[in-house]
Design a protein around this ligand. Sequence first.
Ligand SMILES: [Zn+2]
Length: 286
Amino acid sequence: MTDARTAWVEVGDRVFQRRYDPYDVTVTVVAGTDGLMVVDTRCSLAEARELREQLRQISSAPVRWVVNTHDHFDHVWGNAEFAAPRQVPPARFFGSAQMVAAMRGADDDPDMMRLRKALAAESEEWRAKLAELEEHVPENVVRDGHDLDLGDGRVVRMRRLGRGHTDGDLVLHVPDADVLLMGDLLEESGDPAFGPDSFPLDWAATLDAALALAGPGTRFVPGHGATTDTSFVAAQRDALAAVADTCRSLHAAGVPLDEALKTGDWPYDREHLRHAIKRAYLHLSA
Ligand SMILES: [Zn+2]
């Protein structure tokens, strides 16, 4: 069987997933008669150059559209490879209003500065990637939703369904292939990632909204990991709801933040929940 870690896998009619190191990040391609849509662009220009070469294994059609599911670096730092001068004519870029605002503010964001420093300290390879880093912010801002025709009536529906992994996660629905591209609202190869920009109390409801778009045979492409199905998404939804409920009851019981992690009964590795509890407490106290 073809494995998305080594080749493109057609997860639905003319919808292709590939999983890339580092971070096991998903890139998805939706092919239309007018060209290719690339969803997320990996962590660097060097990685995006490799991605571009490998797109030829799917089609020789031009990349007409690039969509970012959210603003995290492993999904957006390859963008400029599909913009002028590296690609002429350039692709049209799409992202949610929130992700566009986050990318514009990245240079003033202390978390982002810390991350860049940490990556640069990791290896010579990362230093080289950061040296050529050129952020390309999507110029087409999606507020609640936008439908895009890739030719011959093949429509991709971009939807912002609510907050969760970030405040600007976009879900892409390809109805004719019965596929939903979830970005990091869904993770298959690791626990869902709660960062300092996550919304743990809202996340389960956002997955409910995605499940409402799905049928029994819908395939869900996660931001990290293998394509999966409705029952997997429902289970992740329940675990995220359990995290939120536990945060709510600990907060209501007056358990201090630094005790909460030790006290609660959690569905995920405690080490991954530090920001979840911090953020939930912050939002509950607001
Ligand atoms: Zn992310």
